[in-house]
Design a protein around this ligand. Structure first.
Ligand code: FUC
Length: 797
């Protein structure tokens, strides 16, 4: 969407009505037997996975800065020598496989790992048989609860993670006359000790490994007790019983006969920023915990609970979605999911609304201003060596985490990603200079807490992921999109120099292709491989479609930003000239959107990555109306990928739904959404990724799926606001409130029997725009603070 109305300050749109209760709960009749059944809570910094056991409760804990390692030099001064060799091999000799081997010599160390903080465990006094068990997660209050009856009495537990008070809060109550008796303990899989803290507290103090390597690369965990590398961390717990007694012994607290107990827990680490050693001493880390806990402990449980709910609802209630629901919606969530899979004819449409709101919930819980962005597992990780280090994988995954953030009206939750990009742009300047002799900044496909900007792989990583140098342009798209949605001029001022730095790198990275165009080399179509002319499988070539799409988009956005800020006229002109010489999108021999600059045969036609389709989504340079031939070619590509078994990971399936939505095909979008629920969703609705015979949790699919549902209902990337562009037939009646469109507009839509009946638009500032429903278009003049209503014919009622 082009013009942003002047003066539109980061508009925060009005909270919608409270949503219908039962629609917004995940609930179960049994405790979680494994981690991927537990229920996630978080305040962006502290994470908790609640198992809900009767005799033994486990609440697995995270703190978002607890990582292995410290800042390092990951740049590779030899890389610059190999760069011309790779370019000669590709561009002059067509020796693609050999070019791949040379690329490996340009690699540097792997990145570090996100770590678990530990576990809070409760050992409850042996109860008799229990009945009426229920555990739930209420998305509207962000509280996990457990209820059961035993010994003729009711037992209840509530857990939440407060952002305003920075504590995990657990409250146990019972109607049993003898009260509650249980033991409280802390432990961690990371090197640590637990001590009594005062008469009713425990403190866990630990030290993170100085270094880890990823699970897929030997998986070393190296502690450095000697010279102290690796960060200190601590978690402090206090128990506040009402009635009864409390005793501390052998590193645990024993509570007897209490009517109710509140447990408060917080945590801190020695992390002091991505570019500094994490050398805050153990004492200071523990003091930070004490200060937070003291101030939380001054408040009553009711007041902690109330400020937590208010804070959460301020974000969560901005959007409501109702897709209808049948009797199955009353069933436990795992049964609902199973019944969706088994009942292809008349599935439970409310599940899509729940999944959508769960995605918004997870983003609120894992990405708050001032904290770290949502990583591969959001905020929740129980392993010292989690899959792919639970890092920020920047060749799709971390970007996908933020696909729903603007459309789903959670704009400020985008901020942690901007901080990451800023840090990366600083480290990436040195990498650009040392590795490639280029200006600006570069980053590759893996990022950690230390903002690792170099190519990983240590000489043996596959270049198709390790050497990919285009995450900068992709991440910069987020900076620009945030401006398009919010119109926040201050944000643009901060973002532009970062975008410019990425563009400066691209200008230096582009080289002549010998046929009049500018190309990139080495160039990787992320994670895909092709059949080289000699029949071998290769990865490295020149000028992949994805590179061209990302660079063109970055240049366009920089030119627009420079104009808005009235700066850098000459630089913008340079970008314009280079833009005109990029290799255009091409249509290949199958009618597909060509993935490489030459029409190579794919060696893995069902690859999960679909990088060349970037300009269809999340980019917007290919649209069915503006570039119909390319949109058709993109459709062929998508069909070919899916027919060959693509989209077999949750995130890849989520991408497919977004593509179909952008192609305005509600039937195919829904078909893929159903596949996401059937094949890539766990019992706690976490997204899954196949790993050998089993599957693991990876959060990107949750966020990609959430974004896709929004994209099916509302789009605003093509210079107009399109209502219900990919509404599937099965969503016959429904309504959505509070979705965000570019230009700072909030949109409510009602539909019935598959047809739009009402659209309501709101804008914080006067704003003219075009709206579309199917083939109908209308000009709309929004006045600040006024509600603008249209009927299904796009007329004012
Ligand atoms: C990319 C993907 C994998 C996985 C990993 C974290 O490399 O190709 O499927 O999602 O990131």
């Amino acid at each position: 969407m082009g013009a942003i109305p002047a003066g539109l300050a980061a508009a925060r749109l009005a909270p919608a009505q409270a949503p219908a209760g039962h629609v917004l709960k995940l609930w179960y009749t049994k405790p979680a037997a494994q981690w991927t059944e537990a229920l996630p809570l978080g305040n962006g910094r502290l994470g908790a996975m609640v198992f809900g056991g009767i005799a033994a409760e486990r609440i697995q804990l995270n703190e978002d800065t607890l990582w292995s390692g410290h800042p390092r030099d990951w740049n590779n001064p030899d890389a610059i020598e190999y760069l011309p060799v790779v370019r000669r091999l590709v561009l002059e000799e067509e020796k693609y496989v050999e070019a791949g081997s040379v690329c490996q010599k340009m690699q540097g160390p792997f990145n570090e790992s996100y770590l678990p903080l530990g576990n809070l465990r409760l050992k409850l006094e042996a109860a008799g048989d229990s009945s009426g068990y229920r555990r739930e997660l209420d998305l509207d209050t962000a509280i996990a609860s457990v209820f059961y009856r035993s010994d003729d009495a009711g037992f209840q537990r509530e857990v939440f993670v407060s952002a305003p008070d920075q504590v995990v809060v657990v409250r146990l109550t019972t109607t049993r006359p003898a009260g509650l008796s249980f033991e409280v303990s802390l432990d961690s899989p990371v090197h640590s000790t637990v001590d009594i803290a005062g008469k009713n507290g425990l403190i866990l103090r630990g030290k993170a490994p100085a270094h880890t390597t990823p699970d897929y690369h030997g998986g070393a965990v190296v502690y450095d007790e000697k010279d102290g590398l690796g960060m200190h961390f601590a978690s402090l717990l206090r128990a506040i019983p009402e009635g009864g007694s409390i005793e501390a012994e052998s590193g645990a607290l024993n509570i007897r006969g209490a009517r109710a107990v509140t447990l408060l827990l917080t945590a801190a680490t020695g992390y002091r920023g991505f570019d500094r050693d994490p050398d805050l001493p153990a004492g200071a880390v523990a003091d930070a915990c004490r200060a937070t806990l003291e101030s939380a402990a001054r408040k009553s449980y009711a007041s902690l609970r109330q400020s937590h709910i208010q804070d959460h609802q301020r974000l969560f209630r901005r959007v409501t979605l109702d897709l209808g629901s049948g009797p199955v919606a009353q069933k436990p969530t795992d049964e609902r999911l199973r019944s969706f899979a088994e009942n292809a004819k008349d599935p439970d449409q409310g599940l899509a609304a729940l999944y959508f709101q769960y995605g918004r919930y997870l983003l609120i819980a894992s990405s708050r201003p001032g904290g770290q962005p949502a990583n591969l597992q959001g905020l929740w990780n129980e392993l010292v060596q989690p899959p792919w280090s639970s890092n920020w994988t920047a060749n799709i995954n971390v970007q996908m985490n933020y696909w729903p953030v603007e459309t789903c009206n959670l704009s400020e939750c985008h901020e942690p990603l901007f901080d990451l990009i800023e840090g990366l742009s600083r480290n990436g300047r040195l990498t650009a200079k040392v590795n490639y002799g280029a200006a600006g900044w570069v980053s590759h496909h893996n990022v950690d807490l230390w903002r690792q900007s170099g190519p990983v792989g240590e000489g043996s990583g596959s270049p198709t992921w390790a050497n990919w140098p285009m995450s900068g342009p992709w991440l910069c798209a987020h900076l620009w999109e945030h401006y398009l949605f919010s119109g926040d001029g201050e944000h643009l001022k901060r973002a532009y120099p970062i975008m410019k730095g990425a563009a400066e790198f691209c200008l230096d990275w582009l080289i002549e292709d010998g046929r009049g165009h500018l190309t990139t080399c080495p160039s990787l179509s992320t994670e895909n491989t092709f059949r080289a002319p000699d029949g071998r499988t290769a990865q490295v070539s020149a000028g992949c479609t994805m590179d061209m799409a990302l660079i063109a988009e970055l240049f366009e956005n920089c030119i627009a930003a420079a104009r808005l800020l009235s700066v850098d006229e000459e630089f913008a002109a340079r970008l314009g000239k280079a833009h005109a010489r990029l290799i255009p999108f091409q249509i290949g021999k199958y009618g597909q959107l060509q993935e490489w600059s030459k029409d190579f045969e794919e060696s893995e036609p069902g690859q999960r990555h679909m990088s060349h389709m970037y300009p269809l989504f999340p980019g917007s340079r290919i649209t069915p109306r503006k570039t119909p031939a390319l949109a058709k070619a993109a459709r062929v590509s998508l069909d070919r990928r899916l027919a060959a078994g693509g989209a077999y990971t949750g995130w890849s399936r989520a991408w497919a739904i977004n593509f179909w939505a952008r192609l305005e095909d509600g039937v195919r979008a829904y078909e893929s959404l159903a596949m996401l629920f059937r094949h890539s969703t766990g019992p706690n609705l976490f997204d899954t990724h196949p790993a050998g015979k089993s599957s693991i949790f990876q959060i990107d699919g949750n966020f990609g799926g959430t974004a896709a549902i929004a994209e099916m209902l509302l789009q605003s990337h093509a210079g107009e606001i399109a209502f219900l562009p990919a509404l599937p037939e099965v969503w016959r009646d429904g309504n959505v409130q509070g979705l965000a469109a570019r230009g700072g507009v909030s949109v409510d839509l009602d539909w019935s029997a598959g047809k739009l009946t009402r659209a309501v638009l709101r804008s914080k500032v006067d704003h003219a725009c075009v709206v579309r429903y199917g083939d109908k278009q209308a000009q709309v003049k929004l006045a600040s603070g006024r509600v603008y209503q249209l009927n299904g014919g796009l007329e004012r009622p």
